[in-house]
Design a protein around this ligand. Structure first.
Ligand code: NAD
Ligand code: TDX
Length: 330
């Protein structure tokens, strides 16, 4: 019998890439996704008819309990979340409900059904920011935004289940992802969209904040390896070493598209804006034998190509974002 796996948030940017990759390993995949503004079944078009899909809210214990009872999965990879920092600053309600309560509901459902492995997708943002040096898996958590605080709370909850119930969980902390199908509220697709349209490109503050960019295919590949080889109770950072200042990312994309740098507009900074993230990912390299393959320039070039080829999708999402953009870019 095929290995049955539940993927929460399978219609997300990273979750859908994970599904596209893992299906090739012969898994029977069950996706649970609420299809919020950020979820989109179009991302799963390639695997349509080959997976089971449940539209459900992970914070609803009865709905989740029923799915687990019916499907009896062996493993679960938990991506579902409210994922955008700026939205968590506008309102944190959904972040608490989905990221904390939703994780608790899944932990209890998985515990009851005797799951073999629970891979919890966290983020590098739980560590806060760092001016110099790098975050290790043992660095204390010091989240800055309501988003990262909700993710940190979920990590602590997962850790408590490991210790108290010997629950078979593994935590994954990836750095900033980019690539195909990313919702254009995030920085890289914002730049691509605005540049393609010849519109002003909003860069927060002076654009000096640094992010470590990881291609979504590399991230999903790392999670697949962790699912296979990750040790129960362990935490794995997933980074790329591709650190860039925001302003340099904006300029690189503008240059690729042959547009003028004058499109860049410095706007009001994000409150509590983390200055720099940088992950030490020697643990996953040493213990799992994984490392990122994408070179940032090639990854960006591919990503721009993808958005050009899928411009209708991008434009449709941007239409929906217009009201939101009025609230965040001041
Ligand atoms: P996304 O914003 O693209 O999608 C989130 C998904 O979760 C959507 O499909 C949405 O419908 C679903 N969802 C939201 N609330 C739900 C609920 N209550 N019940 C069921 N489904 C729900 O997400 P993403 O950017 O692909 O991120 C996936 C995961 O990876 C998240 O846990 C995020 O915190 C983490 N992460 C993301 C990044 C990044 O750069 N995007 C980096 C590190 C970690
Ligand atoms: O319009 C913008 N202008 C701008 O200057 C946007 C949307 C962002 N920025 C800056 C803020 C950050 O310094 O660009 C950087 C990247 O911003 P986001 O794409 O919003 O990502 P970030 O806040 O770094 O968080 C991301 O990485 C970690 C994901 O959204 C999280 O889900 C993940 O956990």
């Amino acid at each position: 019998m095929k290995n049955k796996i539940i993927v929460t948030g399978g219609a997300s940017f990273i979750g859908s890439e994970f599904v596209r990759q893992i299906i090739k390993r012969g898994f029977k995949i069950i996706v649970i996704d609420k299809l919020t503004y950020a979820g989109d079944l179009a991302r799963l078009g390639e695997v349509k008819g080959k997976i089971e899909f449940y539209k459900a809210d992970i914070s609803c214990a009865s709905a989740i309990g029923k799915i687990f009872k019916k499907e009896k999965p062996k493993q679960i990879v938990h991506f579902a979340a409210e994922s955008h920092v700026d939205r968590s600053i506008l309102s944190s309600d959904e972040f608490i409900r989905t990221n904390i309560q939703g994780t608790q509901v899944l932990l209890d459902a998985a515990k009851l059904s005797g799951i073999e492995k629970f891979v919890h997708i966290s983020t590098d943002e739980v560590y806060g920011d760092i001016e110099e040096g790098q975050f290790c898996e043992t660095t204390p958590l010091k989240p800055s935004s309501p988003y990262s605080a909700s993710k940190a709370a979920a990590d602590l909850l997962v850790g408590s289940y490991v210790r108290t119930f010997k629950f078979p969980a593994v935590i994954v902390r990836p750095s900033n992802n980019y690539g195909q199908w990313q919702y254009p509220e995030k920085f890289i697709p914002v730049i691509i969209y605005k540049a393609l349209k010849g519109q002003r490109i909003p860069v927060y503050g002076k654009g000096l904040n640094v992010r470590e960019w990881l291609h979504v295919s590399d991230c999903a590949g790392a999670i697949g390896e962790i699912l296979k080889k990750g040790k129960i109770g362990e935490i794995y950072n997933v980074g790329s070493g591709n650190e860039r200042k925001n302003i340099d990312v904006a300029r690189a994309i503008i240059d690729f598209l042959g547009k003028p740098h004058s499109l860049i507009e410095f706007v009001q900074d994000r409150p509590g804006h983390d200055l720099r993230y940088s992950l030490n990912f020697s643990k996953i390299k040493k213990e799992i034998g994984w490392q990122a393959e994408y070179n940032f320039d090639c990854g960006i070039k591919d990503t721009i190509g993808w958005y050009k080829d899928n411009f209708n999708w991008l434009e449709k999402k941007a239409e929906y974002l217009r009201g939101y953009w009025k609230k965040v870019y001041v």
